[in-house]
Write a protein of this length. Structure first.
Length: 137
């Protein structure tokens, strides 16, 4: 079975058994360490994720006030009450990764981070970064 199918099946089953987790009260911040908004980069670009006010844990690990990163590329936010899609525009970092090397074609691209709970469902209220724009030369 391929990885995408496994993630999709896991997310579907998990969604049926778990609701969106509440994000903790107080200041939670999800952001890009790099690149910065408006930056011109070369591909592949190293994208580093930042999170404060919560912790990072792998998908499938149910631990309060933790989640894992999803990188949205050239797309808008998905539905907030369903598992985050698994496709080329919604990259899952279910292993708890906090950075990636991303190959993008030349031109302008938008990037946004969305934190998902242990079942890939966004928190309520959502923990989301600002959308940034980078230009690949």
């Amino acid at each position: 079975m391929n990885r995408r199918l496994i993630l999709t099946l896991f997310a579907s089953v998990a969604f049926a058994t778990a609701a969106a987790a509440q994000s903790p009260p107080g200041k939670v911040r999800l952001y890009f360490i790099s690149p910065q908004d408006g930056e011109t980069v070369s591909s592949p670009v190293t994208v580093r994720f930042g999170l404060s006010g919560m912790g990072v844990a792998p998908a499938g690990v149910e631990k309060e006030n933790t989640g894992h990163h999803h990188l949205l590329i050239d797309t808008d936010l998905p539905k907030m009450d369903e598992p985050i899609p698994v496709d080329a525009k919604h990259l899952h970092f279910g292993g708890g990764q906090t950075e990636t090397n991303l190959t993008l074609p030349p031109g302008q691209h938008t990037l946004q981070l969305l934190l998902g709970n242990w079942t890939h469902v966004p928190f309520n209220p959502p923990v989301v970064s600002e959308k940034i724009t980078v230009t690949v030369k």
